[in-house]
Design a protein around this ligand. Structure first.
Ligand code: NAD
Length: 413
């Protein structure tokens, strides 16, 4: 039941027509403010998003925020780290945004991200990585980095199918594999299973291609380790090319076709090039030739590594937005933790959650408001109005608080 939630009467539910969401002018959007510094960064984020929507659309559009509980705040108020109502509300309203949550130590407590991923089938972790001019970066040309990573979220070695060294299960599996399948595993090995399916791979790659088409991006790169893991990572690549042919033949072509048939020039009508790279080489490519990559689709583990490596290239996790998306549902979130030592000090950088909100506005189709957020944030950084984490790395910058950074953005929209 959702009867305990304070839902603004004027708000409307985001719809779903079986293909895509339909967004009313006053969408109800659940938010989780988060633990530790979460309330600080959420306050700044809400201020920026509301101001951008107001400026872009007058009173015509407005977000009807509704708070839902998770984490420590939920536990203190309800005795439950993740009330059912929270999951139900996000399921019902379809789009949500969250601050970072404390991961409770000790077993038996379900995690919000894992629960939402399973209940709502949020199969893609989507992370844009782009440099904001002025943000300190360890590379020479951070402006060449502009990628969106689609990381498969439900399969691979993350499926949690593993057993420790010496366990009866690992021993049983080892002897089964030796006896029935004729492959040897060293005794006392811990064993993990890496499942990758055509279903999981194809829907992830299809989502990445749709995104590339909708956002005028010119390539989708399948990143895999198929030279070694042929039937999992290699199959991911094959299924990726297959779904591109099956569903998008009229608008995509492969890198091979581009060079063998068209001399490297994209022919009229074709919009997106599908290419693939071996994961280890890709880590070199994103450092040496980042401008050649745009949308990336990759299995879970590669995506985990690549997201953090790319975030570091553009100035770290403090400004990196993220989201978990299914077909009908999407949850937007900061990519960092709760930074508990600064809780309540109005100090930390709200950039990651603000940019997650910007991504959410774009997902709603509210492009004008999203553009205003980017404009304000870029100008605030260009004017060197920054929080302590950037201030200490920038020459001649002005130190502002968490809320002060939000105000600096609003003033520059
Ligand atoms: P953390 O991300 O909270 O902090 C790592 C470092 O980054 C710290 O030095 C911190 O001060 C700094 N930092 C983080 N966010 C910042 C910001 N917005 N501005 C400036 N500096 C920032 O990671 P941690 O310390 O390993 O974890 C703390 C808690 O957060 C743990 O309970 C952990 O489980 C949780 N956590 C939650 C999420 C999530 O909800 N998505 C993700 C990671 C960690």
């Amino acid at each position: 039941g959702l009867e305990n939630l304070k839902i603004p009467e004027w708000g409307e539910r985001i719809g779903w027509d079986g293909q895509k969401i339909s967004v009313p002018d006053k969408p109800i959007i659940p938010f989780i403010e988060g633990d530790g510094t979460g309330p600080d960064i959420w306050r700044a984020t809400k201020r920026v998003l509301d101001a951008a929507v107001e400026k872009a659309y007058g009173g015509q559009r407005k977000i009807a925020w509704v708070e839902v509980l998770a984490g420590e705040k939920a536990f203190n108020l309800t005795g439950n780290w993740l009330p059912d109502e929270t999951v139900e509300a996000i399921q019902y309203f379809r789009v949500a945004i969250k601050g970072p949550l404390t991961t409770p130590v000790g077993g038996g407590i379900r995690s919000l991200n894992v629960t939402l991923r399973q209940v709502l089938d949020l199969y893609a972790c989507v992370r844009p990585v782009r440099w904001i001019p002025g943000v300190p970066s360890p590379v020479k040309r951070p402006q060449d980095v502009n990628m969106v990573i689609f990381r498969e979220n439900t399969e691979d070695v993350y499926a949690g199918i593993e057993w420790p060294s010496g366990s009866a299960e690992a021993e049983k599996l080892r002897s089964f594999i030796e006896r029935e399948l004729g492959k040897k595993i060293r005794p006392e090995s811990g064993i993990g299973v890496k499942p990758i399916s055509p279903f999981g791979s194809k829907r992830l790659v299809a989502k990445a291609i749709r995104y590339a088409l909708e956002n005028h991006r010119d390539s989708v790169t399948l990143v895999h380790k198929g030279n070694i893991m042929k039937y999992t990572e290699g199959a991911f690549r094959d299924w990726g090319y297959q779904v591109a042919k099956e569903q998008f033949a009229d608008v995509v072509l492969t890198e091979d076709e581009l060079y063998s048939q068209f001399n490297g020039q994209l022919p009229t009508g074709k919009k997106v090039v599908i290419k693939d790279r071996i994961a280890d080489s890709m880590f070199q490519q994103v450092l040496l030739r980042p401008s050649e990559y745009s949308v990336i689709a990759t299995p879970n583990l590669n995506g985990d590594y690549l997201s953090d490596a790319l975030a570091a290239q553009v100035g770290g996790l403090g400004m990196a937005p993220g989201s978990n998306q299914g077909d009908e549902h999407a949850v937007f979130e900061a990519t960092h933790g709760t930074a508990p030592k600064y809780a309540g000090q109005d100090k930390v950088n709200p950039g990651s959650l603000i940019l997650s909100g910007e991504m959410m506005l774009r997902y709603l189709g509210w492009t004008e408001a999203a553009d205003l957020v980017v404009k304000g944030l870029e100008k605030a950084v260009a004017d060197k109005q920054v929080t302590y984490d950037l201030h200490r790395q920038m020459e001649g910058a002005t130190l502002v608080s968490c809320s002060g950074f939000g105000e600096a953005i609003v003033a520059r929209m």
